[in-house]
Structures are given as structure tokens and as C-alpha cells.
Design a protein around this ligand. Structure first.
Ligand code: GLN
Length: 540
């Protein structure tokens, strides 16, 4: 029988529910259990694909092409749970299903209501992940207890123990214990209120994970246990990790979180095996190198907008014993100032994905600087398209080269929309999405990094390298080193006459893990270390 864990959050948002859920998933896997991860998001958008990065942060793309919440990135980085469309449901998707059923007449004349029709659909989405080869399904509920839009989800998960047995379900609630400087005290009242709200709905949490900036002490934990009706040992304090988010599972393991869950759910599990992870974190604390990587984007002040990019750079840093210092540069600023002022002294430059006109000229200028000054460059999706435009303008001397996304009348549309994309008018889920095969050329940085000829990477874009220009680019030093089936689509370009200049049409950042960094991020960081050593040969 598959067991179900539900993770809810209270008091404030941004408590790191996704991270905690992923860390719990990892601990259970490392006790030999088979885990599936899932996120339920109470907003009405069908998926985050149509939401601005300001609203939502990055859109995380899966192999099957679904555009999902960024917490699924944590799930993939911490666990081996296979993820698919079934792993992320929004209110929009649930309602879409209900309304489609109603239109097909499947409700046989009944009044269609939130309870039971919407809640049944939510329960089906959760229970669908259970199967004979899955020990535990961890379902994280987005938002905070008390949000109106979260109510149908809470009602649905309240009902699940009645359907499948109380002994097969576990409720974990994350809250915050703030420290009030003036009173010199940690305050438990918001946690009490939040649990009170959950209990009003009919959910009694089994475990409380209490997020704190400073240790709150056993007295407070006992007070919380008493007022919230949970066992003392089930109040787990999760203090901010000063060093790395990848230490979160180690902190939870120290507090015996895995033991508590396994005991409460009555599962048979093996011993916890996390030595490799402990070793990884120990190494990360004592890096031999330090490199500065500039990320030139347009949502720079919003850390979540390029979440997987930063994580992937860190993973490559872990693997090369290097601390990555991020220099976050707003692309528009480069349009106003000499790039030397903003980019001088960096060891590598990365331009990530993006949409729309704003900041494009600044990104192109940053790429020119990287190309001319021989600084390692890594372009991702839009960062590849801008590299192509830059090369066309400044090396091929094709004036007004552009992508048709930014100038539909460009004399040289070196990036353009493919025929099949032109017919699409809907916005959601209509790009070139998900895993696609790519063939690598011999003697390229790409094949050197991957160590194999055939790869598969995830895509999310509408525009492509215009094949009409390929010959001219290759004659002049920008080579297509990765191509789609039948050598048609250009997926990777490189400049061989440069220490490391690789730009890819896909999103490698969705396939990097701390213990298994993505080969291209690894190659880029290696090149950055080399650049750094050329300049100042001392290590730290
Ligand atoms: N805007 C570009 C396109 O749609 C790039 C997309 C991206 O960077 N994800 O092709």
C-alpha cells in the first residue's frame, strides 16, 4: 500500500516548503524507499508557462514538455522521483477537467460543485501517483493555510485518510517562529494560529517543521507541541542553513526526521545512507578556487527567475572545488555603460533564456565583450540566439541582423520562427517544449563535455537559428556543433577560435544535480577556472 505525505505551509509564504519536501523525499529514498513527488498549486493559471518571472520565478520544464512550478526543480535536484505532467496540478487544470466533464454530460444532470466534484478531481490527481512499486507519495500544497483559493485542496487532502485509511497518511506542516529583537524572544503564537486554522478545517498535523532564523530552544518546541496537539519529538526545528541549501537534508537527518516519518507511517525501511552527501557538503565548505561568473539577464533582482541556472553553476562549482561568486548584471545597464565597467574582471559570462525586447541590446553587447576579450561564454536559449545575432552583426557584418521576435522586418533574420510555429495563436503550452534529441559534432567543446555523440535536452522556445545562414556562419568561425535529427535544427553553436564559447538552444539547467553536474556547466566552470588562473595564478 502506497503511503501519502502531505506538506502544507502556514504563517508566511517562502518558507522553503519545496526544498523541505524535496529534502524529505531524498532522505526516504536514501532509506531504500521508492518516492514520488507532486506539487498542487492553488492558482487559476493552467500552468505557470504564461506567467511573468516577476510573478512566479522560473518556469521549470520536464522531459514530457510540461511547464511546471520551480519547486519541481528542487524535486529533481534532490530525488530520483520520475516527474511528469501528473506531478504538478493547478486549480486551473483541475477546473478545466471538471468543466470538460460537465460539457460532455458526464455529471448526468447533477449540480456540479466544489465539494464533491472539484475535490474528487484533486483526490484523483493525488491517488493516481500511488502504485505497487511506489512506497511514498509526497504531495506539497502551494500557498499558505488561510488562502481562500487553497481551501478545496485542503478539503480534498482532509478526505483522503477517510478513503484510504488514516494509518496510510501523514500531515507535515511548515511554520515560522520569528525572533523579536526588541523582546529578545522567539514567538510561537503565529504557529499556534496557523495550526489552529488547519485543525478547524479538520486536519491535525502529525509533524511540525518550524523554520527559524535562530535556535528557538526546547522550551518553545514543547510549548508548540502542547498548544498544537502534536508529540514533542514531532516538532522539528529547521534553522536557516547559512552555507548551502543542500545542507537541508543533513539538518533534517540530524533531527531524525526520516526515523519519525517511517515510524509514524509504519514502513519497513533500510538504514539511512548519506555518507556521499555529507562528504560532498564537507568538500563544498573548503573550495580550492573562486571564480566570478557574470549572469546578464533582465530579471536579475528576482533570484527565482533564473533559479536553475544559479543552482547548475553551483553544482559545477562543487565538482571543481570552486566557489562561484555571482555578478548579476542587468542587461539594460550595459546599454548605458561601457561593458568593461560592469563585466571587467569576470571569469565567465552567461546569458540565460528570456522573452521580449527589453535588454536585448545589452545582452548582445555583453556577448561581444566575451567574444572579443576571450572570456568563457555560455549562452542558454535566448543567450544562444543573441550570440548568433552578435556574430552576424559584428563578424559577418550583416547590418540589422536580428531575431524576428524583436524585428519582424530585419534585413537578416538570423533567428526566425519555424513554419509550424507560425500557425499557433494560443499562448499556453505551444512552444517547442520538452526533451529532444541532439547529435554532437566531433572535436567540439560539446562532445568533449558530454563524452557521447547522442544527447537529449529540454526545450522551451519558439524561434530557431535560420538554416539559410548556416553556411556563412560556419565559413567565418561560428560552427553548429549540435544539431537535431537529420542535421536540420541548429541546437548548439561554438566558436572554436575562442577559449570556450558555447551557446545552446535548449535548457541544460533543468538537468543538473549537485552530485552530477550538467556536462556543459561543468565545462564552462572549468574554462572559467582556467581563465582565472591565467590572470591570477594563486588558488585560495
Ligand atoms: N524568446 C526566445 C524564443 O522563444 C527564447 C526563449 C527562451 O530563452 N526560453 O525562441
Amino acid at each position: 500500500m502506497t503511503k501519502h505525505i502531505f506538506v502544507t505551509g502556514g504563517v508566511v509564504s517562502s518558507l522553503g516548503k519545496g526544498l523541505t519536501s524535496a529534502a524529505i523525499g531524498m532522505l526516504l529514498e536514501r532509506r531504500g524507499l521508492s518516492v514520488r513527488m507532486q506539487k498542487l498549486d492553488p492558482y487559476l493559471n493552467v500552468d505557470p508557462g504564461t506567467m511573468s518571472p516577476y510573478q512566479h520565478g522560473e518556469v521549470y520544464v520536464l522531459d514530457d514538455g510540461s511547464e511546471t512550478d520551480l519547486d519541481l526543480g528542487h524535486y529533481e535536484r534532490f530525488t530520483n522521483s520520475p516527474l511528469s505532467r501528473e506531478s504538478n496540478y493547478t486549480t486551473g487544470q483541475i477546473y478545466k477537467k471538471v468543466i470538460e466533464k460537465e460539457r460532455r454530460g458526464e455529471y448526468l444532470g447533477r449540480t456540479v460543485q466544489v465539494i464533491p466534484h472539484v475535490t474528487n478531481e484533486i483526490k484523483a490527481a493525488v491517488l493516481n501517483l500511488a502504485s505497487s512499486d511506489v512506497d511514498v507519495v509526497i504531495t506539497e500544497l502551494g500557498g499558505t493555510v488561510g488562502d481562500i483559493e487553497g481551501l478545496p485542496f485542503l478539503e480534498a487532502i482532509r478526505q483522503i485518510p477517510l478513503d484510504i485509511g488514516k494509518e496510510n497518511c501523514l500531515f507535515i506542516h511548515l511554520t515560522l517562529v520569528p525572533y523579536l529583537k526588541a523582546a529578545k524572544e522567539a514567538k510561537t503564537k503565529p504557529t499556534q494560529h496557523s495550526v489552529g486554522q488547519l485543525r478547524q478545517i479538520g486536519i491535525q498535523p502529525d509533524i511540525l517543521v518550524v523554520r527559524t532564523e535562530r535556535a528557538m530552544g526546547r522550551d518553545n518546541a514543547e510549548k508548540i507541541a502542547l498548544f498544537c496537539n502534536v508529540e514533542k519529538e514531532a516538532v522539528i526545528e529547521e534553522i536557516d542553513m547559512e552555507f548551502s541549501i543542500y545542507e537541508v537534508p543533513l539538518g533534517l537527518a540530524e533531527d531524525k526526521m526520516d526515523e519519525l516519518i517511517i515510524k509514524k507511517l509504519g514502513i519497513n525501511a533500510g538504514p539511512l545512507k548519506i555518507d556521499d552527501w555529507q562528504q560532498l557538503m564537507a568538500n563544498v565548505r573548503k573550495p580550492e578556487h573562486e571564480v566570478t561568473i557574470a549572469v546578464v539577464g533582465k530579471y536579475i533582482e528576482h533570484r527565482d527567475a533564473y533559479k536553475s541556472i544559479y543552482e547548475s553553476l553551483d553544482h559545477a562549482g562543487f565538482n571543481n572545488s570552486a566557489r562561484i561568486l555571482f555578478r548579476l548584471v542587468e542587461a539594460e545597464d550595459i546599454e548605458q555603460q561601457d561593458p568593461e565597467v560592469l563585466l571587467g574582471g569576470v571569469d565567465g559570462i552567461l546569458v540565460p533564456g528570456g522573452f521580449g525586447m527589453r535588454g536585448i541590446e545589452g545582452k548582445i553587447e555583453a556577448i561581444r565583450y566575451a567574444r572579443e576579450c576571450k572570456i568563457p561564454y555560455f549562452g542558454v536559449c535566448l543567450g544562444m540566439q543573441c550570440a548568433v545575432i552578435e556574430f552576424a552583426r559584428n563578424v559577418l557584418d550583416l547590418k540589422n541582423s536580428n531575431s524576428t521576435e524583436f524585428d519582424s522586418h530585419s534585413d537578416h533574420p538570423v533567428i526566425c520562427m519555424l513554419e509550424e510555429q507560425k500557425k499557433i495563436t494560443h499562448k499556453g503550452g505551444t512552444m517547442r517544449l520538452g526533451a529532444q534529441p541532439c547529435h554532437l559534432k566531433k572535436d567540439s567543446n560539446a562532445i568533449h563535455a558530454y563524452g557521447e555523440e547522442e544527447i537529449s535536452e529540454r526545450h522551451r522556445h519558439r524561434y530557431e537559428f535560420n538554416p539559410e545562414y548556416r553556411h556563412e556562419f560556419e565559413q567565418n568561425g561560428m560552427i553548429a556543433t549540435g544539431t537535431g535529427p537529420n542535421n536540420t535544427l541548429v541546437e548548439i553553436v561554438e566558436i572554436p577560435d575562442h577559449p570556450w564559447f558555447v551557446a545552446v538552444q535548449f535548457h541544460p539547467e533543468f538537468k543538473s544535480k549537485p552530485s552530477k553536474p550538467h556536462p556543459l556547466f561543468n565545462g564552462f566552470v572549468e574554462a572559467a577556472i582556467e581563465k582565472h588562473q591565467e590572470r591570477s595564478p594563486v588558488t585560495i
